[in-house]
Design a protein around this ligand. Structure first.
Ligand code: KG4
Ligand code: ZN
Length: 353
Protein backbone atom coordinates (compact mmCIF):
# COMPACT_ATOMS: atom_id res chain seq x y z
CA UNK A 1 0.00 0.00 0.00
CA UNK A 2 1.34 3.44 -0.85
CA UNK A 3 1.99 6.21 1.67
CA UNK A 4 0.71 9.65 0.69
CA UNK A 5 1.61 12.55 2.94
CA UNK A 6 0.45 16.16 2.88
CA UNK A 7 3.22 18.28 4.43
CA UNK A 8 3.00 21.85 5.66
CA UNK A 9 5.93 24.21 6.30
CA UNK A 10 5.43 27.62 7.96
CA UNK A 11 8.50 28.14 10.16
CA UNK A 12 9.55 31.53 8.84
CA UNK A 13 8.33 33.64 5.91
CA UNK A 14 7.37 31.00 3.33
CA UNK A 15 4.00 29.27 3.42
CA UNK A 16 4.41 25.92 1.72
CA UNK A 17 2.46 22.71 1.22
CA UNK A 18 3.53 19.56 -0.63
CA UNK A 19 2.29 16.07 -1.38
CA UNK A 20 4.85 13.28 -1.15
CA UNK A 21 3.88 9.74 -2.19
CA UNK A 22 6.26 6.89 -1.34
CA UNK A 23 9.12 9.40 -1.18
CA UNK A 24 8.26 10.98 -4.55
CA UNK A 25 7.46 14.69 -4.72
CA UNK A 26 4.05 15.03 -6.40
CA UNK A 27 3.68 18.75 -5.67
CA UNK A 28 5.48 21.52 -3.76
CA UNK A 29 3.73 24.90 -3.58
CA UNK A 30 5.53 27.85 -1.99
CA UNK A 31 4.03 31.29 -1.31
CA UNK A 32 6.79 33.81 -0.59
CA UNK A 33 5.88 36.74 1.63
CA UNK A 34 6.91 39.98 -0.07
CA UNK A 35 5.57 42.09 2.81
CA UNK A 36 8.92 41.92 4.68
CA UNK A 37 11.02 43.51 1.96
CA UNK A 38 10.20 47.03 3.07
CA UNK A 39 11.53 46.28 6.57
CA UNK A 40 14.89 44.72 5.62
CA UNK A 41 14.10 41.48 7.49
CA UNK A 42 11.25 39.20 8.55
CA UNK A 43 8.66 40.85 10.83
CA UNK A 44 7.23 37.97 12.93
CA UNK A 45 3.71 39.40 13.37
CA UNK A 46 3.37 40.12 9.64
CA UNK A 47 4.69 36.63 8.84
CA UNK A 48 2.04 34.86 10.91
CA UNK A 49 -0.73 37.00 9.42
CA UNK A 50 0.48 36.24 5.89
CA UNK A 51 0.62 32.50 6.73
CA UNK A 52 -3.03 32.70 7.81
CA UNK A 53 -3.99 34.27 4.49
CA UNK A 54 -1.90 31.85 2.42
CA UNK A 55 -2.40 28.49 4.06
CA UNK A 56 -5.78 27.45 2.62
CA UNK A 57 -5.01 28.35 -1.03
CA UNK A 58 -1.50 26.86 -0.78
CA UNK A 59 -2.76 23.51 0.61
CA UNK A 60 -5.57 23.46 -1.92
CA UNK A 61 -3.12 24.02 -4.80
CA UNK A 62 -0.69 21.38 -3.48
CA UNK A 63 -3.48 18.77 -3.48
CA UNK A 64 -4.72 19.84 -6.94
CA UNK A 65 -1.20 19.90 -8.47
CA UNK A 66 -0.62 16.39 -7.10
CA UNK A 67 -4.01 15.17 -8.31
CA UNK A 68 -4.68 13.82 -4.83
CA UNK A 69 -8.01 13.99 -2.94
CA UNK A 70 -7.92 14.62 0.85
CA UNK A 71 -9.41 11.14 1.48
CA UNK A 72 -6.35 9.57 -0.17
CA UNK A 73 -3.94 11.00 2.42
CA UNK A 74 -2.17 8.59 4.79
CA UNK A 75 -0.97 11.35 7.14
CA UNK A 76 -0.60 15.09 7.58
CA UNK A 77 2.85 16.43 8.50
CA UNK A 78 3.92 19.81 9.81
CA UNK A 79 7.05 21.68 10.86
CA UNK A 80 7.10 21.75 14.65
CA UNK A 81 10.23 23.93 14.94
CA UNK A 82 12.65 25.59 15.11
CA UNK A 83 11.26 28.87 13.81
CA UNK A 84 9.06 31.84 14.64
CA UNK A 85 6.44 30.71 17.12
CA UNK A 86 3.56 32.68 15.58
CA UNK A 87 4.39 31.28 12.14
CA UNK A 88 4.77 27.71 13.39
CA UNK A 89 1.40 27.94 15.15
CA UNK A 90 -0.44 28.61 11.88
CA UNK A 91 0.96 25.52 10.13
CA UNK A 92 0.75 23.24 13.14
CA UNK A 93 -2.84 24.23 14.02
CA UNK A 94 -3.95 23.78 10.42
CA UNK A 95 -2.24 20.37 10.17
CA UNK A 96 -3.77 19.19 13.46
CA UNK A 97 -7.27 20.28 12.42
CA UNK A 98 -6.98 18.61 9.03
CA UNK A 99 -5.58 15.35 10.44
CA UNK A 100 -8.40 15.24 12.99
CA UNK A 101 -11.07 15.92 10.35
CA UNK A 102 -9.66 13.24 8.02
CA UNK A 103 -8.98 10.74 10.80
CA UNK A 104 -5.36 10.24 9.73
CA UNK A 105 -2.16 10.34 11.82
CA UNK A 106 -0.16 13.46 12.39
CA UNK A 107 3.62 13.59 11.91
CA UNK A 108 5.77 16.39 13.36
CA UNK A 109 9.02 17.32 11.65
CA UNK A 110 12.11 19.22 12.74
CA UNK A 111 12.86 21.86 10.09
CA UNK A 112 16.64 21.24 10.22
CA UNK A 113 16.18 17.50 9.92
CA UNK A 114 14.13 18.22 6.79
CA UNK A 115 16.87 20.38 5.21
CA UNK A 116 19.19 17.33 5.53
CA UNK A 117 16.66 14.77 4.24
CA UNK A 118 15.74 16.99 1.26
CA UNK A 119 18.59 15.08 -0.44
CA UNK A 120 16.42 11.93 -0.40
CA UNK A 121 13.36 13.40 -2.05
CA UNK A 122 12.63 11.49 -5.23
CA UNK A 123 11.69 13.33 -8.40
CA UNK A 124 9.24 11.46 -10.67
CA UNK A 125 11.08 13.03 -13.65
CA UNK A 126 14.52 11.76 -12.44
CA UNK A 127 13.86 8.54 -10.53
CA UNK A 128 17.50 7.40 -10.74
CA UNK A 129 19.12 10.50 -9.17
CA UNK A 130 21.68 9.18 -6.63
CA UNK A 131 21.03 9.77 -2.93
CA UNK A 132 23.58 9.78 -0.07
CA UNK A 133 24.46 6.52 1.62
CA UNK A 134 24.85 6.39 5.39
CA UNK A 135 26.79 7.59 7.24
CA UNK A 136 27.21 10.96 5.57
CA UNK A 137 28.26 14.38 6.72
CA UNK A 138 25.91 17.23 5.85
CA UNK A 139 26.86 20.90 5.84
CA UNK A 140 23.59 22.55 6.81
CA UNK A 141 23.66 26.27 6.07
CA UNK A 142 20.54 28.38 6.44
CA UNK A 143 19.48 31.83 7.58
CA UNK A 144 19.17 30.77 11.19
CA UNK A 145 21.57 27.81 11.50
CA UNK A 146 25.00 26.63 10.41
CA UNK A 147 25.79 23.08 11.45
CA UNK A 148 27.81 20.05 10.49
CA UNK A 149 25.45 17.12 10.87
CA UNK A 150 26.53 13.50 10.94
CA UNK A 151 23.62 11.46 9.54
CA UNK A 152 23.90 7.80 10.53
CA UNK A 153 20.40 6.96 9.33
CA UNK A 154 17.24 8.78 8.27
CA UNK A 155 16.24 9.32 11.89
CA UNK A 156 19.62 9.30 13.58
CA UNK A 157 21.41 12.61 13.21
CA UNK A 158 24.08 14.16 15.37
CA UNK A 159 25.36 17.74 15.31
CA UNK A 160 29.16 17.57 15.32
CA UNK A 161 29.83 21.29 14.82
CA UNK A 162 27.86 24.51 14.71
CA UNK A 163 28.18 28.27 14.64
CA UNK A 164 28.99 29.95 17.92
CA UNK A 165 27.29 33.18 16.84
CA UNK A 166 25.72 34.17 13.49
CA UNK A 167 24.58 31.68 10.86
CA UNK A 168 26.18 31.78 7.39
CA UNK A 169 22.94 33.07 5.81
CA UNK A 170 22.71 35.74 8.48
CA UNK A 171 26.28 36.83 7.65
CA UNK A 172 25.34 37.15 3.96
CA UNK A 173 22.15 39.06 4.83
CA UNK A 174 23.78 41.42 7.34
CA UNK A 175 26.73 42.28 5.08
CA UNK A 176 24.30 42.88 2.22
CA UNK A 177 22.27 45.23 4.42
CA UNK A 178 25.44 47.17 5.33
CA UNK A 179 25.90 48.11 1.67
CA UNK A 180 22.22 48.82 1.07
CA UNK A 181 21.23 45.60 -0.74
CA UNK A 182 17.65 44.33 -0.29
CA UNK A 183 16.58 41.46 2.00
CA UNK A 184 17.32 38.57 1.76
CA UNK A 185 20.83 39.60 0.78
CA UNK A 186 22.31 36.14 0.14
CA UNK A 187 21.02 35.66 -3.42
CA UNK A 188 21.84 39.29 -4.32
CA UNK A 189 25.42 38.98 -3.04
CA UNK A 190 25.75 35.73 -5.03
CA UNK A 191 24.61 37.45 -8.24
CA UNK A 192 26.71 40.62 -7.82
CA UNK A 193 29.81 38.62 -6.79
CA UNK A 194 29.91 37.10 -10.26
CA UNK A 195 31.34 40.32 -11.69
CA UNK A 196 33.58 41.09 -8.69
CA UNK A 197 37.15 40.29 -7.64
CA UNK A 198 37.14 37.91 -4.67
CA UNK A 199 40.69 38.94 -3.74
CA UNK A 200 39.89 42.66 -3.61
CA UNK A 201 39.38 42.67 0.17
CA UNK A 202 40.50 40.26 2.86
CA UNK A 203 37.93 39.41 5.54
CA UNK A 204 39.26 36.98 8.12
CA UNK A 205 36.86 34.92 10.24
CA UNK A 206 37.61 34.38 13.96
CA UNK A 207 39.36 31.06 14.65
CA UNK A 208 37.22 28.71 16.72
CA UNK A 209 38.13 25.23 17.94
CA UNK A 210 36.95 21.88 16.59
CA UNK A 211 34.26 21.80 13.94
CA UNK A 212 32.50 24.97 15.11
CA UNK A 213 32.12 28.15 13.07
CA UNK A 214 32.03 31.87 13.80
CA UNK A 215 30.74 34.55 11.43
CA UNK A 216 30.12 37.59 13.61
CA UNK A 217 33.76 38.74 13.33
CA UNK A 218 33.52 38.60 9.53
CA UNK A 219 30.43 40.76 9.59
CA UNK A 220 32.16 43.32 11.83
CA UNK A 221 35.30 43.38 9.71
CA UNK A 222 33.10 43.93 6.63
CA UNK A 223 31.29 46.78 8.37
CA UNK A 224 34.56 48.48 9.46
CA UNK A 225 36.08 48.17 5.99
CA UNK A 226 33.03 49.74 4.37
CA UNK A 227 32.82 52.49 6.99
CA UNK A 228 36.54 53.38 6.80
CA UNK A 229 36.79 53.36 3.02
CA UNK A 230 33.52 55.26 2.54
CA UNK A 231 34.85 58.01 4.84
CA UNK A 232 37.58 58.78 2.26
CA UNK A 233 35.60 57.97 -0.86
CA UNK A 234 31.83 58.70 -0.82
CA UNK A 235 31.48 56.66 -4.02
CA UNK A 236 33.21 53.61 -2.48
CA UNK A 237 30.20 51.35 -1.91
CA UNK A 238 28.60 52.10 -5.27
CA UNK A 239 31.80 51.56 -7.23
CA UNK A 240 33.06 48.50 -5.32
CA UNK A 241 29.84 46.57 -4.57
CA UNK A 242 30.71 43.55 -6.78
CA UNK A 243 34.23 43.33 -5.23
CA UNK A 244 32.80 43.57 -1.71
CA UNK A 245 30.25 40.85 -2.51
CA UNK A 246 32.83 38.53 -4.09
CA UNK A 247 35.28 39.01 -1.20
CA UNK A 248 32.78 38.38 1.62
CA UNK A 249 31.32 35.41 -0.24
CA UNK A 250 34.83 33.97 -0.61
CA UNK A 251 35.49 34.38 3.13
CA UNK A 252 32.20 32.70 4.13
CA UNK A 253 32.62 29.81 1.67
CA UNK A 254 36.27 29.22 2.68
CA UNK A 255 35.35 29.14 6.33
CA UNK A 256 32.52 26.64 5.74
CA UNK A 257 34.62 24.33 3.60
CA UNK A 258 37.63 24.42 5.91
CA UNK A 259 35.58 22.95 8.78
CA UNK A 260 33.77 20.53 6.52
CA UNK A 261 37.12 19.17 5.29
CA UNK A 262 38.52 18.91 8.81
CA UNK A 263 35.45 17.02 10.09
CA UNK A 264 35.33 14.70 7.08
CA UNK A 265 39.04 13.87 7.41
CA UNK A 266 38.92 13.27 11.15
CA UNK A 267 35.64 11.33 11.13
CA UNK A 268 36.74 9.34 8.10
CA UNK A 269 33.66 10.20 6.03
CA UNK A 270 33.73 10.55 2.25
CA UNK A 271 30.01 10.86 1.61
CA UNK A 272 29.10 14.55 1.83
CA UNK A 273 25.78 16.42 1.65
CA UNK A 274 24.74 20.05 1.50
CA UNK A 275 21.48 21.63 2.66
CA UNK A 276 19.70 24.84 3.71
CA UNK A 277 19.09 28.16 1.96
CA UNK A 278 22.78 29.04 1.56
CA UNK A 279 23.31 25.77 -0.32
CA UNK A 280 21.87 27.71 -3.29
CA UNK A 281 25.04 29.80 -3.31
CA UNK A 282 26.82 29.27 -6.62
CA UNK A 283 30.36 29.67 -5.20
CA UNK A 284 29.66 27.24 -2.35
CA UNK A 285 28.30 24.65 -4.79
CA UNK A 286 31.19 25.06 -7.21
CA UNK A 287 33.90 25.02 -4.52
CA UNK A 288 32.36 22.04 -2.75
CA UNK A 289 32.31 20.04 -5.98
CA UNK A 290 35.96 20.96 -6.65
CA UNK A 291 36.95 19.98 -3.09
CA UNK A 292 35.03 16.71 -3.39
CA UNK A 293 36.94 15.90 -6.54
CA UNK A 294 40.30 16.55 -4.88
CA UNK A 295 39.37 14.54 -1.79
CA UNK A 296 37.66 11.66 -3.58
CA UNK A 297 34.35 12.42 -1.83
CA UNK A 298 30.92 11.76 -3.25
CA UNK A 299 29.07 15.07 -2.91
CA UNK A 300 25.28 15.42 -2.93
CA UNK A 301 23.87 18.86 -3.68
CA UNK A 302 20.13 19.51 -3.42
CA UNK A 303 18.41 20.76 -6.58
CA UNK A 304 18.19 24.57 -6.35
CA UNK A 305 14.42 24.59 -5.84
CA UNK A 306 14.84 22.46 -2.67
CA UNK A 307 17.56 24.59 -1.07
CA UNK A 308 15.36 27.23 0.56
CA UNK A 309 12.35 26.52 2.76
CA UNK A 310 9.74 24.22 1.22
CA UNK A 311 7.23 21.62 2.35
CA UNK A 312 8.49 18.77 0.14
CA UNK A 313 11.49 18.39 2.45
CA UNK A 314 9.06 18.17 5.39
CA UNK A 315 7.16 15.51 3.43
CA UNK A 316 10.17 13.27 2.80
CA UNK A 317 11.19 13.49 6.46
CA UNK A 318 7.63 12.68 7.51
CA UNK A 319 7.68 9.73 5.12
CA UNK A 320 10.59 8.15 7.02
CA UNK A 321 9.03 8.95 10.39
CA UNK A 322 5.74 7.42 9.19
CA UNK A 323 7.52 4.21 8.15
CA UNK A 324 9.21 4.10 11.58
CA UNK A 325 5.86 4.58 13.34
CA UNK A 326 6.79 7.97 14.78
CA UNK A 327 3.48 9.82 15.06
CA UNK A 328 2.62 13.02 16.90
CA UNK A 329 -0.12 13.59 19.47
CA UNK A 330 -2.66 16.37 18.89
CA UNK A 331 -1.51 18.27 21.99
CA UNK A 332 2.12 18.52 20.87
CA UNK A 333 3.13 22.22 20.95
CA UNK A 334 5.06 24.07 18.24
CA UNK A 335 8.61 24.80 19.44
CA UNK A 336 10.53 27.94 18.50
CA UNK A 337 13.74 26.22 19.70
CA UNK A 338 13.85 22.61 18.71
CA UNK A 339 17.12 20.62 18.61
CA UNK A 340 17.79 17.95 16.00
CA UNK A 341 16.92 14.40 17.07
CA UNK A 342 19.72 12.10 18.19
CA UNK A 343 19.72 8.33 18.46
CA UNK A 344 19.01 8.50 22.20
CA UNK A 345 15.83 10.59 21.59
CA UNK A 346 14.59 8.26 18.89
CA UNK A 347 14.55 5.26 21.21
CA UNK A 348 11.72 6.90 23.16
CA UNK A 349 9.64 8.31 20.33
CA UNK A 350 7.96 5.34 18.63
CA UNK A 351 4.21 5.29 19.24
CA UNK A 352 1.08 4.13 17.44
CA UNK A 353 -1.11 6.47 15.39
O1 KG4 B 1 16.86 27.69 4.71
P1 KG4 B 1 16.34 29.03 4.45
O2 KG4 B 1 15.39 29.24 3.28
O3 KG4 B 1 15.60 29.61 5.69
C1 KG4 B 1 16.01 29.30 6.99
O4 KG4 B 1 15.67 28.18 7.46
O5 KG4 B 1 16.74 30.16 7.54
O6 KG4 B 1 17.61 30.00 4.27
C2 KG4 B 1 17.48 31.36 4.01
C3 KG4 B 1 18.87 31.96 3.91
C4 KG4 B 1 18.90 33.47 3.85
O7 KG4 B 1 19.85 33.96 4.76
C5 KG4 B 1 19.32 33.76 2.41
O8 KG4 B 1 20.02 34.96 2.24
C6 KG4 B 1 20.21 32.57 2.13
O9 KG4 B 1 19.53 31.47 2.72
N1 KG4 B 1 20.41 32.32 0.69
C7 KG4 B 1 21.60 32.50 0.07
C8 KG4 B 1 21.38 32.22 -1.30
N2 KG4 B 1 20.06 31.89 -1.46
C9 KG4 B 1 19.49 31.97 -0.22
N3 KG4 B 1 22.81 32.83 0.55
C10 KG4 B 1 23.83 32.91 -0.34
N4 KG4 B 1 23.68 32.69 -1.66
C11 KG4 B 1 22.49 32.34 -2.18
N5 KG4 B 1 22.37 32.11 -3.50
ZN1 ZN C 1 15.25 26.59 6.46
Amino acid sequence: MSTTILAIESSCDDTSAAVVRDGFELSNVIANQQVHRAYGGVVPELASRAHQQNIVPVVDKALKDAGVRPEELSAVAFTRGPGLLGSLLVGSSFAKGLALALGVPLVEVNHLHAHVLALFLKDPAQPLRPVPSFPFLCLLVSGGHTQLVLARDYLDLEIVGQTQDDAAGEAFDKCAKTIGLPYPGGPVVDRLAQSGDEKAFVFKPARVPGYDFSFSGLKTSFLYTVRDKARHDPDFVRSRTPDLCASIQRAIVDSLLEKLEKAADELGIREIGLGGGVSANSALRRELLALAQRKGWTAHLPPLRLTTDNAAMIGITAHHKFLAGQFAEQHLPAQARYPLPSQADNLHKTSSP
